[in-house]
Design a protein around this ligand. Structure first.
Ligand code: ATR
Length: 271
């Protein structure tokens, strides 16, 4: 039996078993995907146990996404640039290959919703400067977006994000201005998520035909997206990013490149 899973601490909230379990059943694969609760102080030992247990690999979630990097024998360009690993493949010899699929998930979700999105002509505003923002910025850079703006509550975090191009930084109290003439506006913060404060953002300056992308998926239509919808903008929800980022891992461990379907989307949203 092919085995994979997800490590984190805590881990019970993870949606990954639902996603991979659905695909294993759909494609009739003799495999399993389990959660592994590993405390930070036990990370190395916990991973050695997974290797000994014959796992093909695993997803990585909080709080291990950075610490796991030092235990990897090799890293993909994405993982290195983003500074975090969310997908690990265990090689034949028991080595760890660390990868980050969040940028892929971000782009695939956008292209699935807006297939003719033409990156290289876009002024893009990124709200937030945490881990998710790093993955988004990597994708924007890869797709040659000509102008990138970042606005974040803590300006220093935006300054330290350290990507190799000039992104213009807007102070948090000037964040509304960062949307002026923007073609794509992305919320990478947890604001607007159930239980979190709302994201207060005035979208009135964005271009006609702009696209607003919220990586939050609970609720699926955040207030930011409601506002965007009212203004006639294209709207991209966060659920597809979660689903698409899971695909490369599944292919690596189980040998089938899985599809993101409406059915799977609905299963996830009902949970
Ligand atoms: P993730 O890895 O999911 O991106 P993170 O690294 O903790 O999570 O980043 C969270 C982002 O949400 C940050 O940009 C954070 O802003 P700060 O850098 O100022 O902390 C932003 N954020 C979280 N709560 C916020 C709030 N109440 N108001 C404004 N921004 C907030």
């Amino acid at each position: 039996m092919l085995k994979a899973g997800v490590i984190g601490h805590p881990i019970s909230h993870s949606k990954s078993p639902l996603i991979h379990g659905h695909w294993l059943e759909l494609y009739g694969i003799n495999g399993e995907y389990k959660t592994y609760d590993i405390a930070p102080e036990n990370l190395e030992r916990g991973i050695n146990d997974l290797i000994a247990d014959g796992l093909k690999g695993f997803n990585v979630t909080l709080p291990h996404k950075q610490n796991i990097m030092t235990l990897c024998d090799s890293l993909s360009d994405e993982a290195r640039a983003i500074g975090a690993v969310n997908t690990v493949t265990i090689t034949e010899s028991g080595g760890l290959y660390g990868h980050n699929t969040d940028a892929f998930g971000f782009s695939q979700n956008l292209l699935e919703t807006i297939p003719d999105f033409y990156w290289s002509e876009k002024i893009v505003t990124v709200i937030g400067a945490g881990g998710a923002a790093r993955a988004v910025l990597y994708a924007l850079q890869k797709n040659n977006c000509p102008e990138i703006r970042i606005t974040n509550r803590t300006r220093e975090s935006a300054e330290k994000i350290g990507l190799p191009y000039d992104a213009k930084i807007y102070d948090w109290d000037k964040r509304h201005e960062s949307c002026q003439n923007a073609h794509l506006i992305i919320n990478t913060t947890s604001l607007g998520m159930a239980g979190q404060p709302e994201l207060e953002m005035n979208l009135s300056g964005m271009t006609n035909n702009a696209v607003v992308y919220d990586i939050v998926y609970n609720p699926l239509e955040t207030n930011l997206l409601k506002q965007a919808h009212q203004k006639g903008a294209g709207c991209v929800t966060g659920i597809g990013m979660l689903l698409h980022q899971a695909r490369p891992g599944f292919r690596g461990w189980f040998g089938v490149y899985p599809e993101v379907t409406e059915n799977l989307r609905n299963i996830l949203l009902k949970k």
